[in-house]
Write a protein that binds this ligand. Structure first.
Ligand SMILES: [Zn+2]
Length: 333
């Protein structure tokens, strides 16, 4: 799909078309900012041919890998970090790479393998009541995801309020956790551009992923949807002229889109409460009522999404955990 971006001086959008298995994301978007040397926002998935595609797109704009001075990552998911290693290998200069520390386990060479699928993920699905054949399918699915990235050996940390600037651009880091604990947006104040990674996506409502390794986070009592809603409030205060996300088309009106997200989450919370009233029990049997059109491969995401909503409903006193199981059993209060 050809995605149209506005022409802005010192800004190069690169949209890598997505593999069919994840077609709902349409493209993985990377952005080069500056007139050289450039800073690259995100590094795409390691699809076959993706590095060549990136090289060709940079070339059209008059750049090569040697012009990349820094890579800043909106978050640690594979489709955003995938090509860092190969870009570094292709460049004849060192490229410093930055990421928020709360996503470090997702990218680091030491933890990448185990972080992907391990005891925590198996236990999570067991607690949700999903049968062994489903867990097996998810194991296979995650091994495909793992193939989309090479882990990182060295990287530096981003923190909220940091600036990346030269005479031409000034990117400010805004920590916006929820989609992942370390998710960040970058605001380029000269051109009023907000880069949002997966915190804001135009054509789908972003998924606040459950975080199963909370001990490593700097955020106490991390609950994905609760903190994601706080992050949306932070972004609402900005009035960018352009919003460029990690997937699909540019977003036209940020505050309208945020309002539609808030409506969507409210409706989903109400729906879960209604379904649970008729059908108290564990997460897995509820999925078909809440996500009737869910592709099979997205099951882990659906369990994660439902769990994140249940955390909110519990914190509001609308739902309670009546039996820790496994599987965990929920009911309305
Ligand atoms: Zn993501």
């Amino acid at each position: 799909m050809d995605i149209q971006f506005p022409k802005i001086d010192g800004f190069v959008p690169i949209s890598i078309p997505f593999h069919e298995k994840s077609a709902n994301l349409i493209t993985a978007n990377l952005y080069a900012v500056g007139k050289g040397p450039i800073i690259l926002i995100d590094a795409g998935p390691k699809f076959p041919g993706a590095l060549d595609y990136l090289e060709a797109q940079l070339k059209v704009a008059g750049f090569g890998f040697n012009d990349i001075e820094k890579i800043i990552l909106t978050h640690g998911h594979v489709d955003h970090i995938g090509l860092v290693k190969n870009i570094r290998k292709a460049a004849k200069r060192p490229i410093e790479c930055f990421l928020h520390p709360d996503d470090r386990l997702k990218v680091s060479f030491e933890s990448f393998q185990n972080n992907f699928w391990g005891k925590e993920e198996e236990d999570f699905l067991t607690r949700a009541g999903s049968p062994e054949n489903v867990r097996k399918k998810m194991r296979d699915r995650f091994s495909y995801f793992k193939s989309l990235a090479d882990p990182l050996k060295d990287f530096s940390f981003l923190k909220n309020g940091d600036h990346f600037s030269d005479g031409d651009y000034d990117l400010k880091v805004i920590h916006t956790p929820g989609h992942s604990p370390g998710s960040c947006c970058f605001y380029e104040s000269n051109r009023k551009i907000l880069f949002t990674g997966d915190v804001i996506i135009g054509h789908i409502t972003p998924n606040p992923f459950v975080e199963l390794k909370k001990d490593f986070l700097n955020i106490p009592n991390y609950q994905a949807l609760t903190i994601y809603l706080d992050s949306l409030e932070k972004l609402k205060a900005l009035e960018p002229d352009f919003v460029f996300s990690g997937h699909g088309k540019p977003v036209k009106n940020l505050s309208n889109l945020i309002s539609s997200y808030l409506k969507h989450y409210k409706q989903r919370l109400d729906l879960i409460e209604r379904v649970l009233k008729k059908k108290p029990g564990s997460i897995y049997p509820l999925l078909q009522d809440i996500y009737p059109n869910m592709p099979e491969g997205d099951l882990f995401m659906a369990v994660s999404d439902l769990f994140a909503h249940l955390e909110v409903l519990i914190s509001k006193g609308r739902v309670c955990l009546m039996d820790t199981g496994p599987p965990e059993q929920y009911c309305v209060t």
